[in-house]
Design a protein around this ligand. Structure first.
Ligand code: ATP
Ligand code: MG
Length: 222
């Protein structure tokens, strides 16, 4: 199964989500996982390097691919249980190529206006890619939510913006928590740093929701 974590908004939490999903599948599903880093900033490659130099953390494989990566992804997908693709924050060739073959496309967005402004363009890209990849499931996930109860409305409003474009938005969200930042520093994940913590529960909920998705849940492209 190939999961693309993408989107064109910088800093929305794509790499963080991709990394935690990779650990979830390796640790909780005993799966053989490959991460594909399509971002020239190499965030995920650097994280893997830190991880794989720590003997206490189970190693995860990672490769870098750029540009026309469709055929490479298709062939890699045959050799791994899960291929998790981390695409950098812009509309580029690799993002479109990965969208054309991925089983799931997950797009993190913060509940902020600048992130939500990217929704129409993402919907446009998704509906174009859906023509060549009709089985693709796509979801937005709201990340880095404010924990204050007075700001809960912002989360609901963000979900409504996504739904108004006919695209699925996950019920599960991530809240803004330092453990996300702290764990990735050492090549680790929230699932390993605080396995019983709230962030780990958020990641498990997101992963389980993705795995439970069926074609009808995804979106209604025109
Ligand atoms: N739920 C969260 N709570 C707090 N910090 C978070 C959360 N999710 C991600 N972060 C932090 O936000 C920063 C940006 O996240 P990340 O690098 O995953 O974003 P990105 O979308 O991959 O960015 P880019 O577009 O540059 O690739 C990182 O320091 C990460 O640890
Ligand atoms: Mg990134």
């Amino acid at each position: 199964m190939m999961i693309l974590v993408g989107g064109e908004k910088g800093g929305s939490g794509k790499s963080c989500l991709a990394q935690n999903l990779a650990v979830y599948f390796a640790k909780h599903k005993n799966a053989i996982v490959l991460m594909v880093d399509c971002d020239p900033q190499r965030t995920t490659s650097d994280w893997i390097q830190a991880r794989n130099s720590d003997p206490t953390l189970p190693a995860i494989n990672c490769i870098q691919l750029y540009g026309k990566i469709r055929n490479d992804l298709l062939s890699l997908n045959q050799h791994y249980d899960y291929v998790i693709v981390d695409c950098g924050g812009q509309d580029n060739l690799a993002l479109r190529a990965a969208m054309s073959v991925a089983d799931h496309v997950v797009i993190p967005l913060r509940p902020k206006r600048r992130d939500l402004k990217t929704v129409p363009h993402m919907e446009d890209m998704l509906s174009t890619c859906k023509m060549v990849n009709p089985k693709m499931l796509a979801s937005f996930v709201v990340t880095q939510c404010p924990a204050l109860p007075t700001q809960a409305n912002r989360i609901l409003e963000a979900k409504e913006v996504c739904s108004s474009y006919g695209i699925n938005v996950l019920d599960s969200v991530t809240y803004s928590r330092n453990v996300y930042d702290d764990s990735e520093e050492s090549g680790s994940s929230v699932l390993e740093n605080e396995p019983d913590g709230k962030a780990a529960a958020e990641m498990i909920a997101i992963a389980e929701e993705l795995l439970a998705m069926k074609p009808d849940d995804s979106h209604e492209f025109n």
